[in-house]
Every structure is written in C-alpha cells, then in structure tokens.
Design a protein around this ligand. Structure first.
Ligand SMILES: [Zn+2]
Ligand SMILES: [Zn+2]
Length: 390
C-alpha cells in the first residue's frame, strides 16, 4: 500500500469514526450503526453480509482461494448511557448517550480491515467480520451465539482488540492466559423495623447493620480468598428508606465482584452469603442475597497469542510491542466466544493524554485507526497463510 493510499484510507476512516461517534446507540439499539456497517461491507464487495444476527449484530464473510480454514475478527458497536462533555464537532448528537469506550473506533478499524482485505486479498480461506451489539451489558456476544453464529458462520478462531488509554499510540500489548476478569454483580436487601430516630430500641433499623455488613464484606478478599488469586469485591451503593428523623426498615447494598477462575467466583458468592447471614443475625434483621454472573473471564490461547505477536511485528515498532504485565480486573464480552473456539484479545494504545474509558470526556484517538486496521489484516495473513501486500 502506498503512502498516498494509506493516507486516503486514514482520512476515510476518520470520517466514518466521527460519523459513528456523533450517532451513538445503546446496546441492542444499534440500528443506524448496524445499517452503516452493513452498507459499507456491501460496498466493499464481501461475499455475504447478514444483518440482524443476535438482534442488531452484523456478520460479513470474505472468501479467497480454496483454503478451508476460517478466522473471525470481532468489533463491538454499542455506546454507553453517559452524557458527553465535549466541544468537538463530532460530539454525540444523542443526549445522554456517548461512545465513551471507543467502540466507534473498534467498528471503524474492522471496517477498514474489511475494505483492505476485500481489495487486496493476501490470504487463503474465510474471514468472518463479526460486529457485535451490546458489549457493555455483557449480552451481545451471547445473543449472537444463541442466534446460531457458530452454525451459520462457522470459524476456527477469533481475534479482538480494545483501545487502551494511557498506552501510547502505536503501542501493542497482550498476554497468554487470563487477561480480563469475570464480573459478578450482587444486591443484598436487609429488612427490619424502621421508626422514630429518637427511639432506635423500639425497632430494629437496618442502617447500622448495613454499615457493618459493608465492612465485613471487605474480609472476603483480604481474609477468605488466597492471595494468589486476583479478585475484587466492591460495594458501590447503599440505599435506605430512612429520612433524617426516621430510621430505615430497609437497606439495599449493591456491588460488583471480579475474579479470574470460576472456583473463585463461586467462593466469593459462598462467603458473601455466610457473612451476610451472620451479620444480619447479629443485628436482628433479615437478609436476602441476589448474586449473578455477568461476564466470564477472558483467557487468551497461547498459540494465538504467539500469532498475534508475530502479526504485530509487521505493524508496530519492535520496542512498542509488549507482554501485558498483569491481567486486568475489567471484563469483556469477547470471552463468550472463547467457550466455542480459541481466541486472542489485544490492547492498542489510545495515547497517554486520553481520558479514561467510560469517562464523559473520553474520545477515541483517530491516530490509532490504521494500527488497528493493519493489525487485523496482518493477523488474517498470519493465520490464513497469505503474503502481506499481495
Ligand atoms: Zn466499556
Ligand atoms: Zn469497551
């Protein structure tokens, strides 16, 4: 690809990315985004473009040569319910919704790869371009899988990427084994008898019990789980029905737990139930625990990680390619695909000056677009045995 072509593609991709950014849509509501993606894929001349997979998902298929191996590349399309703080001309035009996780960039980078691979080939086999809805709720990948993704559009392995604020543009990181955590969520409801603030002894209010419980829950990670297992239990909300001069009869405690092994997740739930029951008994209130699993842990396949590093060496400067030091305690819906095929998830720099993900000032950095596109293309050629640039 000449410098001129490269610059033309970058300009085109910036235009797509900002268009997507200005029209963010929440999970399973990505109608405009999906239509945009499908129209582009058809324009690029893919062999098949199917819409409505798992709600608003889109799958594009591109075949070259006679090889029977197939690889999937995945991007996520959804935005978040956050009000964007920005003066940029491409800021969100949908009040209360914004692309605060860079999925506009991910979608654009995969579109760029579809365009390049359709134009240039350089591989032997089948590429599936998987544009999934609703990553942020952890429901979109499952919806596509439940809609027969693997039967209708089979593939042998899958690659995905996420931008990373703080990591410089043009930098690449991944690691074999666990890379992103499971996410469990919980809600604990304490019930007692509220009443006059001046007469606590006449009832059994729930606020002091809830405060004790929040403190006791801190001992799950620090005293009940092995320090060798990375895990987090965070209480994030405490809501009561009390007012300034009335003690609450109800308290709700909500939170979030992260772990990297199903056994650890199970143990967090078990310990939470024991501690909640004991604390509730000590304060003479009743308790109910609702514990559910939202995201499964993401484990990268070692062989595919090697392939990803090999592909990265043709795209990134050698000094900018690194093994991620430790797994992240954030979660990714991409993990759901790995119940079916091996896969590899990688991180690309969004710049040191980038606002954090899910921050109202965040914006995807367009200088990263070609790196992501070129990585997708390189990984296809790496895995489906073509020659770069053919
Ligand atoms: Zn996100
Ligand atoms: Zn994201």
């Amino acid at each position: 690809m000449s410098e001129l072509d490269r610059d033309a593609l970058k300009q085109e991709m910036i235009f797509w990315r900002r268009d997507l950014h200005a029209h963010p849509e929440f999970g399973f509501e990505e109608k405009r985004t999906a239509a945009f993606v499908a129209a582009k894929l058809r324009e690029f001349g893919l062999d098949d473009v199917t819409e409505g997979v798992g709600g608003t998902g889109v799958v594009g298929t591109l075949k070259r040569g006679s090889g029977n191996r197939s690889i999937a590349l995945r991007a996520d399309m959804d935005a978040l319910r956050i009000s964007e703080q920005s003066d940029a001309p491409h800021r969100s035009g949908n009040p209360g919704i914004m692309h605060a996780c860079g999925h506009d960039g991910h979608t654009t980078m995969l579109l760029g790869a579809a365009k390049l691979l359709a134009e240039q080939g350089g591989f032997d086999g089948t590429v599936r371009f998987v544009f999934q809805p609703a990553e942020e709720w952890g429901r979109g990948a499952l919806a596509m899988l439940d809609d027969g993704l693997m039967q209708r559009f089979p593939f042998d392995e899958i690659f995905g990427l996420h931008n990373m604020p703080g990591l410089p543009i043009g930098h690449f990181e991944t690691r074999a084994g666990p890379i992103m955590s499971a996410e469990d969520i919980f809600e604990i409801v304490l019930k007692g008898l509220g009443g006059h603030a001046a007469r606590p002894h006449a009832g059994n209010e729930t606020l002091v019990a809830a405060c004790a419980l929040v403190t006791n829950l801190q001992t799950i990670v620090s005293r009940r789980l092995s320090p060798a297992d990375i895990s987090v239990v965070s209480v994030t909300e405490l809501i009561t029905d009390g007012t300034r001069n009335a003690l609450p009869g109800l308290a709700r405690i909500l939170g979030d737990a992260r772990s990297f092994r199903p056994e650890v997740s199970a143990e967090i739930e078990r310990q939470m139930r024991i501690i909640t029951e004991g604390t509730a008994a000590a304060y003479n209130v009743t308790a109910e625990v609702d514990y559910s699993r939202e995201f499964v842990p993401l484990r990268n396949d070692a062989e595919l990680v090697d392939a990803a590093f090999a592909a990265a060496r043709s795209v990134f400067e050698p000094g900018n390619i690194a093994v991620a030091r430790e797994p992240m305690t954030a979660s990714e819906d991409f993990a759901r695909f790995l119940d079916y095929v091996p896969g590899c998830f990688v991180f690309l720099g969004n710049g040191e000056g980038s606002a954090p993900l899910h921050n109202s000032s965040y914006d995807f950095n367009d200088d990263g677009l070609l790196f992501g596109t070129n990585f997708h293309v390189a990984v296809v050629r790496q895995r489906l045995g073509g020659e770069a640039g053919r």
